[in-house]
Design a protein around this ligand. Structure first.
Ligand code: HEC
Ligand code: HEC
Ligand code: HEC
Ligand code: HEC
Ligand code: HEC
Length: 276
């Protein structure tokens, strides 16, 4: 072997050892058997450090690896399958996606979940295609990461300008819904703290605001509309009605007056309180 070739091999070997590359380069076979979540992390932290970092800092930090992957190797298609996500995210998250054009296309022609979640490999995106794109174990769609991230994922199938327009329109719808949420809080501020419907009414508002966010994010105009905006308008009417209820003295509980001990209707909300 020529000296130059020996030298080249030696340099390669040294670089190999110095960089600690062997972990991923040598361990080619996924071991058989069942593993606990702690064992998954212990092995994979060496070979998939970046992936584990996104998992640790992402929304699924408290969710074990096996919740999506199962306890054995060879089940990647299962992790990618919408059914896995919907098992935990049943309700609004799953329904808004099923209601979108993407969801309908997936129902009509279920994809081959063996394909990695990469550009050009799916006709329509499932949950993991968008949220865990390219093995990202955080949340690719988190608005805090910037809109470009989402546009890049959509851009595997749509023109970036189309995706940007859709996402901007969605952000405006969410802004309108957030305005309604602030209005609801102001009206609720006119209710006496003891009002027993107050917390439930505000929880409804939060649920309907979430429906708008999900409908807009999941590209389901129907969902953001029918389960979001008009429902929020209804919440505002219900809250105002509750304030009027108290003003008329109907909501107030009768009780003994501290000074005279006579039964009186305790005062309702501050009459000057103006929710507008
Ligand atoms: C919320 C569900 C979910 C959780 C929790 C999860 N994964 Fe994943 N994981 C996936 C999906 C989906 C893929 C497929 C990504 C792709 O095809 O691009 C994947 C891919 C992988 C891959 C293969 C990456 C590649 O490029 O081939 C490894 C390794 C992995 N996960 C390890 C883990 C480990 C270790 C944990 C726990 C610390 C974990 N995952 C937790 C859903 C999850
Ligand atoms: C004893 C070490 C070890 C343990 C424990 C381990 N893995 Fe792996 N895993 C590997 C190796 C080695 C590979 C193959 C090299 C590669 O693809 O990175 C692999 C591959 C994978 C892959 C991609 C290929 C496939 O068949 O799925 C995923 C996903 C994965 N592991 C997830 C997990 C999860 C989840 C756990 C815990 C339930 C786990 N691993 C436990 C070493 C381990
Ligand atoms: C074992 C149950 C479980 C599975 C399976 C699961 N998740 Fe989650 N997911 C959670 C929990 C718990 C949270 C954190 C609390 C929350 O926001 O609901 C979460 C959070 C999220 C968030 C962030 C929500 C937010 O408010 O910011 C997204 C997006 C998400 N999951 C998508 C997925 C996708 C996509 C899959 C399938 C690949 C999946 N999840 C599988 C339990 C699960
Ligand atoms: C076309 C890409 C795409 C697909 C497919 C998709 N999502 Fe989303 N998802 C988004 C976007 C965008 C958002 C909005 C992010 C935001 O504004 O917070 C979102 C928001 C969410 C949220 C957070 C809602 C909240 O509480 O604020 C959850 C949870 C979620 N998706 C789960 C899922 C699940 C489960 C599926 C499959 C049934 C799915 N997503 C399919 C793009 C997608
Ligand atoms: C894997 C490919 C794929 C990805 C990724 C994808 N889409 Fe789609 N999308 C489709 C297909 C296919 C259709 C149906 C097109 C048709 O009407 O024939 C569609 C339809 C739509 C529609 C409805 C258009 C209409 O005419 O009603 C909107 C809006 C949309 N996508 C936005 C997005 C956004 C925003 C993202 C990223 C968050 C995204 N899509 C990600 C494939 C994709």
């Amino acid at each position: 072997m020529p000296t130059i070739e020996r030298l080249r091999r030696l340099t390669l070997l040294l670089a190999w050892l110095a960089l600690g590359l062997p972990a991923s380069a040598v361990a080619a076979e996924a071991p058989a058997g069942e593993f606990t979540d702690t064992e998954c992390v212990a092995c994979h932290v060496g070979q998939d450090a970046g992936l584990l970092a996104t998992q640790r800092d992402g929304p699924h930090a408290a969710v074990g690896c096996s919740a999506c992957h199962g306890a054995t190797h060879g089940r990647l298609p299962r992790a990618r399958d919408d059914a896995t996500c919907s098992g935990c995210h049943a309700g609004a998250a799953a329904a808004s996606h099923a209601n979108s054009k993407h969801g309908v296309l997936l129902t009509l022609a279920p994809p081959d979940w063996n394909a990695p979640l990469q550009r050009g490999r799916y006709r329509a995106p499932g949950c993991a295609y968008c949220h865990l794109h390219d093995g990202d174990h955080g949340n690719r769609m988190d608005p805090a990461r910037g809109r470009e991230q989402a546009v890049w994922v959509c851009g595997g199938c749509h023109a970036p300008r189309f995706a940007t327009t859709q996402l901007e329109a969605g952000a405006r719808l969410v802004a309108v819904a957030e305005l309604k949420r602030r209005e609801a809080a102001a009206i609720a501020g006119c209710l006496p703290t003891g009002d027993e419907t107050r917390a439930a009414l505000l929880a409804r508002v939060d649920g309907h605001l979430r429906n708008v966010r999900l409908g807009a994010g999941h590209q389901s105009p129907d969902y953001q509309w029918w389960y979001g905006q008009p429902a929020l308008d209804g919440d505002l009417i219900r809250l105002r009605d509750r304030v009027e209820h108290w003003r008329r003295g109907i909501g107030a509980e009768p009780g003994p007056d501290a000074a005279t001990d006579a039964m009186v209707v305790r005062p309702g909300p501050d009459r000057a309180c103006d929710p507008r």
